[in-house]
Design a protein around this ligand. Sequence first.
Ligand SMILES: *[C@@H]1O[C@H](CO)[C@@H](O)[C@H](O)[C@H]1NC(C)=O
Ligand SMILES: *[C@@H]1O[C@H](CO)[C@@H](O)[C@H](O)[C@H]1NC(C)=O
Ligand SMILES: *[C@@H]1O[C@H](CO)[C@@H](O)[C@H](O)[C@H]1NC(C)=O
Length: 288
Amino acid sequence: MLLFIFLFLVSSTSICIEAILPPEPIVVVPSAIRWDADNDIIVTPIATGSYPLALEATLIGKSASNSKRVTVASYNVQLYNQSSYHFQLSTKNRDRADDYELLVDLRGHEEYRSNILYGLPNLYSAKIETDKGYYKPGEDVTVRILPLTSSGEIFTDTLKLSLINEYGFQVLSTNVTANGGFIRKKLKLPEFIKKPCTWMIVVKPYINTNVAWLKFERLIKVGHYEMPKIFIATKTESMPNPDHANLTIEARYPHGKRVSGSIKINCHGRDTVIDQGGVGFALLSFLF
Ligand SMILES: *[C@@H]1O[C@H](CO)[C@@H](O)[C@H](O)[C@H]1NC(C)=O
Ligand SMILES: *[C@@H]1O[C@H](CO)[C@@H](O)[C@H](O)[C@H]1NC(C)=O
Ligand SMILES: *[C@@H]1O[C@H](CO)[C@@H](O)[C@H](O)[C@H]1NC(C)=O
């Protein structure tokens, strides 16, 4: 009986302790650590009541070649009354480790220790534009690529640009690098393509290319085609604002019907070249 009362007391005490303590935090880490970037880590929930909670995070880099462990970044903060916390561990100006380990210590809770996180180039997006959407076999595909980092700067590491056929085979591949602007490249399509099909242009970083979400692609159609003859008329009027012009373009088939579709206009300014309708430069009227 005495033992029963004792057990009862112990269990009710632990219930009281659980009710006072905030719930065990959940730590959300990125799937990889991006080099030369801020890496976002979220801790939730961390409701602390009236006393502060100390959060300490350490990012450890590991090199595959010599198994050396280096502290790449650390973070230390006192938290009051937040329900979640979002912080950034920066790998800027540090050696690029192959793998990383993350430790998050919220005092009074179990320490969070990540599994191995890969180190990856900070390629956040790569916008790929082609001069056309439909190509004949043997034609050149003129490609422009704008690779950006997570902070919106131009990504300047080596990229691998590939042309993939309709069966998923890489037909050609080349190294490209953005130096202060767009990457411009011509890719020659082979002559032997018989049936109309869809090919793909793929851009990925040269290192760690197997990570699917560092891969950017653009589809193009390839096949023999004949363009119907069309007549195009353009009219340009100057506007009161010398930086604007009113350009009217009209395209008709020989029988008079208006052609439907989209056009690409290259506007050559005094010092600049603006593509795709020249936002802020030319006022365009499309009649088809
Ligand atoms: C946190 O919340 C508690 C309870 O509502 C309050 O007493 C305390 O002053 C708050 N602390 C801060 C730093 O806002
Ligand atoms: C492509 O770039 C990588 C890394 O800069 C280099 O190691 C490789 O030799 C290059 N390949 C070609 C075909 O130039
Ligand atoms: C531009 O030209 C079109 C066609 O002539 C006309 O309808 C339109 O009002 C003009 N726009 C301006 C802003 O002048």
